[in-house]
Design a protein around this ligand. Structure first.
Ligand code: TGC
Ligand code: FAD
Length: 392
């Protein structure tokens, strides 16, 4: 892999809308990615191995629970800071951002918002420091876009809950210490349980053979009569709205992250177009290549402003689920298209690991699918503007 020469496009001076603290957090994350992620990510991806040596560094830059209050070990930052960290991590690799998204929004978020004080104090500081790593089990083999149909279940056995079922496609499951598991009680009501590695009957087989997110570990969660202590039930919210609330936070982070992947592809293609000569001229001088690059920077700029505005609304607690859906869908689609166009600008070199573009492109095929597919987000927007529900 070539040295990381990334420079960030900021065509409309969005930096002027960020605070000094935002810029400092963004630049710190960017430098960390250049130093710790860029040199190792290509090999991790080729070997399909999550680089777990970066976990401590992720914790140190505040990527685990950026918006969780400091009294629970979090960084106590605002939502734009959270977004900027996700942007920089995904500029490095979607799999690295995935790990931080899951830890922050799908594990720490539900413990902080739906857990009791004992659970917050027991788990959050260790999750913030990276001493514990978590995962989030919602999807099942037969229930992906429709998680409300889940069959994983638990029953009250007096001293404990007995958990049975299985989850599929779970980021970080092969090495996570704890799992936030969504399961139905005997009345069919969805509740969240904290399942800990080492509990009898709980296994986490790894999923192999992925062509996407290869530097991220994905696996199953299998529950065969697992006795979960009663104090591990999240008491303060239930129903499908509980996991969907976590997804709002994670999808928001992904919207920022996708901009990072798009910026890396654009920056790589722009530099290459000025260095690579054909027909005696830099390929960047040909109108067809300029069209690609000009459209890329236009789309990145539009996404930056949409997402910054979403961050302002999120800080004011006014961002709706549908606004988050629109932004996640738009930005991931934008990033995928930019990855494909950038790859073409690099010609044959674009398919090699000497450049990050093909890796981003393959990663984004997962990002456009997880946390709600491209089509599901369109239907969420459709429901919001028409009031007519395409899911029922
Ligand atoms: P629906 O009837 O619309 O809603 C059920 C209940 O939930 C409430 N609700 C929400 N509550 C809080 N926050 C939200 N965002 C909410 N959205 C809905 C709703 O009011 C209702 O409450 P109640 O009290 O009436 O029961 O649900 P539905 O069954 O029709 O499904 C709607 C749909 C399809 C939009 C939803 O299920 C969906 O988003 N599907 C996509 C599934 C998905 O995104 N899965 C992600 C799995 S996690 C993952 O991919 C992690 S990857 C991480 C990484 O590696 O980075
Ligand atoms: P399906 O739901 O079977 O959808 C297949 C196709 O049908 C899609 O194109 C979809 O848009 C379309 N479709 C479905 N319903 C409708 C409809 N009503 N109208 C129109 N079209 C429809 N899940 C977790 O719980 N935790 C994780 O950590 C996690 N990590 C993941 C990591 C990776 C790498 C991947 C690939 C997935 C991960 N997931 C995780 C699962 C992810 O959220 C699901 O894959 C996703 O929600 C889609 O579910 P599905 O794959 O079952 O597809």
């Amino acid at each position: 892999m070539k040295p990381d020469l990334f420079t960030s496009p900021d065509y409309f001076h969005l930096d002027e809308l960020l605070t000094e603290e935002h810029r400092l957090i963004r630049d710190t994350s960017r430098e960390w990615v250049k130093k710790e992620v860029s040199p190792i990510i290509e090999e991790a991806c080729q070997k399909a191995k999550f680089p777990n040596q970066i976990l401590t560094g992720l914790a140190e830059i505040g990527a685990f629970g950026p918006y969780i209050p400091a009294e629970y070990g979090g960084a106590g930052l605002d939502q734009i800071s959270y977004g900027l960290i996700m942007q920089e991590l995904e500029r490095g690799d979607s799999g690295i951002r995935s790990t931080a998204s899951v830890q922050s929004s799908l594990v720490m978020y539900p413990i902080y918002n739906y857990g009791n004080e004992e659970q917050r104090k027991r788990f959050l500081p260790k999750l913030a420091s990276g001493e514990l790593i978590g995962c989030f089990g919602l999807t099942e083999a037969d229930h992906g876009s429709n998680p409300g149909g889940m069959t994983t279940n638990f029953k009250d056995c007096g001293d404990y809950f007995l958990l049975n079922g299985a989850k599929l496609w779970i980021s970080n499951s092969p090495f996570a210490d704890i799992a936030i598991v969504w399961a139905k009680n005997v009345e069919g009501r969805i509740k969240g349980l904290i399942v800990e590695r080492g509990m009898d009957g709980f296994t986490t087989p790894e999923t192999h053979g992925k062509w996407s997110l290869r530097a991220s570990a994905t696996g199953e969660l299998v529950f065969d009569n697992v006795k979960v202590p009663k104090q591990n039930l999240l008491p303060n919210k239930d129903g499908l709205g509980a996991p969907l609330g976590c997804l709002d936070s994670a999808r928001y982070g992904i919207a920022w992250g996708a901009i990072g992947a798009a910026m890396d592809c654009y920056d790589t293609a722009l530099r290459y177009s000025k260095e690579r000569h054909q027909f005696g001229k830099p390929i960047g001088s040909f109108q067809l290549q300029q069209k690609k690059l000009a459209e890329m920077i236009t789309e990145i700029t539009k996404a930056q402003f949409l997402t910054w505005r979403l961050g302002v609304l999120k800080n004011e607690d006014r961002a709706s689920t549908a606004q988050i859906s629109m932004c996640k869908r738009n930005n991931v689609d934008m990033a995928l298209k930019i990855a494909r166009e950038s790859r073409q600008i690099l010609g044959g070199m674009g398919i090699t690991g000497d450049y990050p573009i093909m890796r981003h492109m393959m990663n984004l095929e997962s990002v456009v699918t997880y946390e709600g597919t491209h089509d599901i987000h369109l239907l969420i927007t459709g429901l919001d503007i028409t009031g007519l529900n395409a899911f029922k």
